[in-house]
Write a protein that binds this ligand. Structure first.
Ligand SMILES: [Fe+2]
Ligand SMILES: [Fe+2]
Length: 377
């Protein structure tokens, strides 16, 4: 293995102790545990610079200009006018990122989530000139199709260009469960499944990161996110526990009561967030759907890293379906955390963006498909 480092929680603690020579306090929370993982920040690498490119999001606006917003360089794509005017960015209800981090002289490239469809993901990777050969690793936040939708097609098209030992980090077994949507009063509909046989055919290693994990020596994941705040998973999505037709998730990873109900409310047990600690700036936390709650997610990133300062919180916060009093409560909690910048995307909702603009003046940066954020240096 060149530089992908997957750590169990025990390894994680051991490494921290060795590197920092310090005693770590607290304990990793198990499923829905109340405790937060705590570690000295020396267990988590800092990076000098981080570039986050939004490969797929719900919308884009070619007329927004690039600008320096405080400490963040915000680069917009614009028209991207070239010889083929038909080749443009595609937006859809999904999310996908390309991440590029630097530490010293070393650069790492990651794809985090893959949009809802191959149409958008593959087109936009080409449009944005993201080279599959340069990727060090792949990360999937959770098992919803609007985040893994472009993955298998990407592998079918570009796996041959990628490094031979590339891996896909997932948060846990529930990534592979069949998913269902059940709108109130409506009919239950399948929202698909990520079939791990497709990953095996593509020779992609699946690395399960239930615990906080350092990736490629520069990024880290939260591991399963403890539910310590008032936040709740909105109950519409459902999860099917078990294997069917060769796909699905192993029921032995779930509690007896979940196994008894074949299709149950989805608690997003192993959704995880990808984070960086940017030198002299603080944490950048990338939430993809935010089912575990954005406040819970950021607090877990703080606890895992030992870094209190939060520079940016970005991604999907799953607040579109939330009532306004709940959104107000989330914004209040975020004000206490005091991030420098908020970039809500995807499922965060317009009401949340309005509340951030009002209650956290100067912190909101409106995001678009194609937008690239440069943090640090
Ligand atoms: Fe989701
Ligand atoms: Fe989503």
């Amino acid at each position: 293995m060149r530089h992908n480092i997957s750590m169990t929680r025990r390894d994680f603690l051991r490494a921290s102790t060795v590197v920092a020579g310090t005693i770590l306090v607290g304990a990793t929370a198990g499923r829905f545990g109340r405790g937060l993982a705590r570690a000295k920040s020396s267990a988590i690498p800092t990076v000098d610079r981080l570039a986050v490119r939004v490969v797929v999001d719900n919308a884009h606006d070619v007329l927004v200009k690039s600008a320096k917003v405080g400490a963040v360089d915000v680069q917009r794509v614009g028209w991207g006018i070239g010889p083929n005017l038909q080749k443009q960015l595609h937006s859809e209800f999904g999310l996908g990122f390309h991440l590029e981090s630097q530490r010293g002289g070393e650069t790492r490239h990651y794809l985090l989530d893959f949009g809802a469809s191959p149409v958008a993901m593959l087109n936009n990777l080409d449009f944005l000139k993201i080279d599959p050969a340069a990727l060090d690793t792949l990360i999937l936040s959770h098992g919803h199709f609007d985040h893994f939708g472009g993955l298998v097609s990407l592998l079918k098209r570009d796996r041959g260009k990628m490094r031979q030992d590339i891996g896909l980090y997932v948060g846990g077994e529930d990534t592979f469960c069949y998913r269902w949507a059940e709108p109130p009063g409506g009919e239950r509909q399948s929202t698909g499944v990520l079939d791990r046989r497709e990953l095996a055919v593509a020779n992609v290693r699946v690395i399960t990161a239930e615990k906080p994990t350092v990736i490629a020596g520069q990024a880290f994941t939260t591991g399963a996110i403890p539910r310590i705040s008032f936040e709740k998973a909105f109950p519409t999505p459902k999860v099917e526990i078990g294997i069917r037709d060769g796909a699905g998730c192993d029921a032995s990873h779930f509690s007896k009561e979940e196994r008894e109900g074949k299709i149950v409310p989805d608690q997003f047990q192993y959704e995880h967030a990808t984070c960086f600690n940017v030198k002299d700036r603080g944490l950048v936390v990338l939430s993809s759907c935010g089912h575990a709650g954005i406040v819970n997610t950021v607090k877990q990133a703080q606890a895992v890293s030992g870094e209190k300062k939060v520079h940016a919180v970005m991604g999907g916060f799953h607040l579109t379906p939330a009532p306004e009093p709940y959104i107000a409560q989330v914004v209040e909690a975020l004000k206490e955390i005091n991030p420098d910048y908020m970039m809500p995307m995807h499922c965060s909702g317009a009401a949340f963006a309005r509340a951030v603009e009002k209650e956290m003046p100067g912190r909101l940066i409106v995001s678009n498909t194609g937008t690239r954020y440069i943090f640090g240096v």
